[in-house]
Design a protein around this ligand. Sequence first.
Ligand code: CAA
Length: 291
Amino acid sequence: MHVDVLPEMMPACIRRHPALMMQRAAMQQEVNPMKYENIQTSVEGAVALVTLNRPKVLNALNHDMMTEIADAIDAFAADDAIAAIVITGNDKAFAAGADISEMVDKTAVEMYLSDHFARQWERFTSCRKPIIAAVAGHALGGGCELAMMCDVIVCAENARFGQPEVKLGVLPGIGGTQRLVRAVGKAKAMDMCLSGRTMGAEEAERAGLVSRVFATEALVPEAMKLAAEIAGMSRPALYMIKEAINRAYETTLAEGLRFERRLFHAAFATHDQREGMRAFLEKRAAQWTHS
Ligand code: CAA
């Protein structure tokens, strides 16, 4: 199900131009076929919700599902009416990993030539809009890795995170050994990846893997609320913050500080910087123009 946005929810600059409205509708049709079989998508204001939907196999990530997730993210990334994205599963599972039945008989050459996993997740992580993972139940293997590809992870009290690939005779293949170390440090990452043990919500919050824990029934509404709050900020500022924080993973402190300072200076070229600071001094809400 894709619930399209109402014209009145579109940015004013698009509403004023019928040609842009038509172009936008055509683009949305083109990039968002709305024929997903393994996920569901919906829109609430400026927030898109992507729900993984293979409940019989605990949302195991097969090729089609990974492609649909990447397609949906691309479509929402191209949609000016969307400012933030939430990705979730169901109460039992966010995703229990890559689909083992799809991989069991693959050869190394097949995995290498198809560059298994790579393309979809490169598309996912190239999205410039903030993505929040709302995790309930199992987030294992590729499921834990998908959550870690998001910008923020919030979870339900019943969430369980883990990289159990060692029990399958392999190792994590979409970033588990890399992102988990950065999220929770070497000791816990080694412990989890070498033993395959899982981590509950409380430990995950304590270790810094997740930012907030909610009651299971409150998870998606709270994640949507957080996403709406983020979506209400200046978009140039959001993009710059995401880019700067992600740069911290890739570079030295000195280079990262230089990168942040350049972006900070560049932020003063935006109308939103003037507006945000003036609004503070005038004790009123800022009216962002995202320009
Ligand atoms: N791939 C394919 N099918 C899966 C699956 C997976 N990753 N995880 C669960 N399923 C299927 C089960 O085979 C089962 O199907 P059937 O009903 O047809 O038998 C169904 O989902 C329900 O699962 P269980 O009966 O096992 O449910 P449970 O509640 O007893 O156990 C679980 C839940 C502990 C999560 C268990 O399903 C499990 O251990 N799953 C596998 C977890 C895993 O190893 N993930 C890593 C995959 S490899 C990977 O992700 C590599 C990478 O880095 C990208």
